[in-house]
Ligand binder design. Sequence first.
Ligand code: TXA
Ligand code: MG
Length: 527
Amino acid sequence: MKTLYLKEQDTNSIKTAAEILKNGGLVAIPTETVYGLAANALDGDAVKKIFIAKGRPQDNPLIVHVSSLSEIEPLVESVDPRVYALAEKYWPGPLTVIMKKSALIPDEVSAGLETVAIRMPSHDGARKIISASGLPLAAPSANASGKPSPTKASHVIEDLDGKIDAVVDGGECSVGVESTVVTLVTTPPTLLRPGGITPEQLEDVLGSIQISPAVFEKLREGEKAESPGMKYKHYAPSAQVTIVKGSFENYKKFVLAQKGTVCAVCFEGEGKNFEKYIEYGKENDDISQAHHIFDALREVDAMGCESAFVRCPLSSGVGLAVYNRLLRSAAFRVIDLEFSIPVIGLTGQTGSGKTTVADILKNKGYHIVDTDILARKAVENPEVIALLTKRFGVDIINDGILDRRELARRAFASKDGTAALSAITHPEITRLAVEEIHTAEKCGAKAAVIDAALLFDSPLVAICEKNISVIADEKLRLERIMNRDSLSEKDALLRMGAQPPAEYYTEKADIIIDNNGLDLNGQLADF
Ligand code: TXA
Ligand code: MG
C-alpha cells in the first residue's frame, strides 16, 4: 500500500483524510499530545486494521476521539455529570475519560471491556478531521507497538509507511506525551496513565482520586492491568535505557565510565561533556522535558547507540508522565547515584587475598557487594536474556535455561563478542550493585565495598570514592591458587596469565594492600 502524505494546511487534505476514514481506511492524524492512528470507531473492521498496522496486542483498547460534547452521548451508557465539569476546564485537551460504553462501540475498540475511553483533542488539524468525517475516531498512538510514540509526522512514516492509507502532517505535537487517562467507573476515580493534565488538576474537579499502582510499578506475573496499555515494556528504543538519578556531577562521571556506544540523554547545556548525547528539555522544566522525550528516545537508535543513560526527569506535574514513560522504556531500570555511606572499590589479582581483605572489612561493619554473584543474577533478567539471544543466538537457551558455558564460549571467542557481552550485562549488574548498596545503607552498614576482579574496567568504578588493590608476589599467588582450587601448576599459571598484569592493579588504586605476609589488620587499621 502506498501511504499518502498530506500537509494539514494544503487545500483538500482534511477532506481527503475524512474521505479515507469514511471508507474504512487508516489515517495518522496530528494531535496536541502525539500523532494518532485513526479509523472509524463505529466500524469494527476498520478498527481491526489499526491493530494489524501497529502490531498491537488485541487486548489493548483504543481511545475514541470526538470534537464536541454532544458526540459523546451515543457512545456511552450515560454521560457521567463529572465529564461536563472536566470538559469545562480541560477539554479540548490532553485528557481521556473512561466511562461505561454503549452498544454502539464495537468490541474491537473496547477490547472486550465494558468501558470506553473518550477524548476531545485540541489540535486544530485533529478537530477538523473529526468534524469533516462526521465520525468518532478510534486512535491509538501512531507508532509501531512497543516503540516510542510519534511526535512528528516523520516518526509515523518511520514506523508505518506502506501500512496505512495516509498521514496528515500537522507539525510537532505541542505536549509531546500522551493524554492523561482517568476512569470514572471506580470510586474514587483512578488515574490510569499520567499525561498532559496533572493529578492535581484532576483533583481540582473530581476531589480525591487514586493513582493506579501500574503508574510506578511493573505488573507482577499474572496480574491483571487496569489499563492494559501499562504493561511491562513500552515506549522503548532498541538500545538499553537506564534512568539515572542524582547530581549532574555524579551522572557525568558515571556515563563517562560506560563501555560501548553510549548515549547521554541529558538536559540543555549538558551535552558538550559527552561524545554522543541528546538533550531533552531544560533541567527544571517538566513541560520542555515532555515535549522532547519521545523524539530523544528515537534519536538514540538513529545514532546507533547500544545503551542510553537518561537524566531523571522531574517527577511532578507533567514530569510524572515523562517519568512514567521513561520507566517503561527502561524496563524499570533506575539507578540512584546519591549514597549516604562511602562506597569503596576492592580489586586484586587471583590469589592475592582479595577475599581475605573483604572478610576483614566485613567484620568491621562494611557491606561487601560481590559482583560475581551479581553477574550471575543479571543474566536471569528477561530483558538481558532477550538481548543476549539476539546477539549470540537463541540456542544459548536450553530447555528454557541459559547455558552460561556456551554463552561464555561464544562471547569470549572474539573481542567484539566480549565487548557486546559487557555492554549487554553491565547496566543490569550496575543496577543490582547500586540497589544492594542502598539496601545496605538502610540496614546501617558503615560503608559498602564493591568487590570486583576487573574493577577498573567496570562502570562501577565511577561510583567508588576510593579504590583498594590487593597485591601479592607471583610465587605466593601461584601457591595459594594451587592449594585453594586444587590446580596443577600449569593450570594455575594459565589462569594467572589470563589476568591483567600487576601494574593494572597498582597504577589506578588509591590504596595498595600488600599481602606478602605483612600484617593485613594493621594495613586496614584506618578503615
Ligand atoms: O494522547 C493520547 O491519548 C493519544 C492520542 C493519539 O490521542 N492516544 C493514545 O492511545 O495514547 P494509546 O492507544 O496509545 O493509549 C491508550 C491507553 C492505553 O494504555 C489503553 O490501555 C488505555 O488507554 N485504555 C483505552 N481504553 C481503555 C479502557 N476502556 N479501560 C482502561 N484503559 C483503557
Ligand atoms: Mg500508545
